[in-house]
Write a protein that binds this ligand. Structure first.
Ligand code: FES
Ligand SMILES: [Fe+2]
Length: 361
């Protein structure tokens, strides 16, 4: 018998499950969950969500422990969900409260329940160890609930590993190539400054005495030919969330107009599997009650732009997975990759904590 070569566990890490379970992930948005059961795949697990009579969100394993039907194909009755196959009924904690054909309920007849925190516009879910739940989801994603902002949103599913998107939004030198005709931000060419904390990575890029790309000029009413200052910064908050901000400063505002504006983006990534993720974004200006037609126009631009990101990410993922060399190929790191490389390190540390327990260093 010949010796088999040692497996190389790190040979193809991009397609293994590189998402920590002990993390707050976005299950979906608040408006997507009402009384009807909603079926989702989150971190490879089937999950059903519904609202109780008091509006609270319930998240359960979407698999009946009787004959394994999806609970999401049943119906919500009061605060409970009734399986559509033989009528077993489960409460919000996952305990079975009724078996129609007998009065005795086996103690093992229950489904896993996941902790939920709803912070509009998002429903966050904890799919890891219930003993290790962190205090709460990140707070940097709540500005859409602030009436000082006008925002738009969109969602897509991408066939790729979610970290490809995280890395994409940390290196915006792709603007001039991927988004040359959508966002039309053509001056993002230099490496940004990058800073880190224990868990986060932030880039910062300043454009002094520069002009505004079309969407920002239209939103603020500042002429596209007028020199202004743009301060861009974005942060890897967690594996689930990146946020970005553009502060616009007009040093010489027209009488009666504002001198500063803020533009914000939330990038939410939720893996369905190692090779597929949902990408959800919220984008907005700190301008209340913007014209709905203008918001629709901006939504169309970002839908096109983020579809461009999806296309390039899926192309990269296909190249990694279909080419037999997989990750065994040179990866040249340049200065503009600094934030993405740091984010990889934060993720690696998070995965290590996941594996080893809360006190791991
Ligand atoms: S499979 Fe759910 S009640 Fe039988
Ligand atoms: Fe992009």
């Amino acid at each position: 018998m010949t010796d088999m070569p040692e497996p190389r566990p790190e040979a193809n890490p991009i397609i293994k499950a590189n998402y920590p379970r002990n993390c707050w992930w976005v299950a979906t948005t608040s408006d997507q969950v009402q009384r009807e059961p909603v079926a989702l795949t989150l971190l490879e697990m089937p999950v059903v969500l519904y609202r109780k009579e008091d509006g609270g969100v319930v998240a359960l394993d979407d698999r009946c422990p009787h004959r394994w039907a999806p609970l999401s194909s049943g119906k919500v009755t009061g605060d409970n969900i009734q399986c559509g196959y033989h009528g077993f009924t489960f409460g919000p904690q996952g305990d079975c409260v009724r078996i129609p054909s007998q009065s005795q309920i086996p103690s093992r007849c229950r489904v896993k329940r996941y902790a939920i925190e709803e912070r509009p516009p998002f429903i966050w879910i904890w799919m890891g160890d219930p003993e290790r739940i962190e205090t709460g989801p990140p707070e940097q994603a709540q500005w859409p609930a602030d009436p000082a902002f006008s925002f738009w949103t969109g969602e897509t599913v991408a066939d790729g590993n979610y970290m490809l998107l995280k890395e994409n939004v940390l290196d915006l030198t792709h603007f001039g190539y991927v988004h040359a005709t959508s966002f039309k931000i053509l001056d993002w060419v230099n490496p940004p400054k990058v800073t880190t904390t224990d868990d986060t990575v932030t880039y910062r890029q300043e454009f002094i005495d520069c002009t505004l790309p079309p969407m920002f000029a239209e939103a603020t009413g500042i002429s596209m030919s007028k020199p202004v200052n743009r301060y861009n910064y974005g942060t890897y908050i967690s594996p689930a969330l990146n946020v970005a901000t553009l502060d616009i400063e007009d040093p010489d505002p027209e009488p009666g107009t504002r001198s500063t504006y803020q533009f914000k983006v939330i990038h939410v990534t939720t893996p369905e599997s190692p090779t597929r993720f949902r990408y959800l974004w919220f984008v907005g200006f700190d301008i209340p009650n913007m014209d709905p037609q203008m918001l629709l126009k901006f939504k169309n631009i970002t839908d096109i732009g983020f579809a461009e990101d999806k296309a390039i990410i899926e192309a990269v993922h296909r190249r990694i997975t279909h080419d037999p060399r997989h990750l065994d190929y040179p990866e040249i790191i340049v200065q503009t990759d600094q934030a993405a490389i740091q984010a990889r390190r934060k993720l690696a540390a998070h995965l290590e904590r996941d594996r080893q327990g809360p006190d791991a260093i």
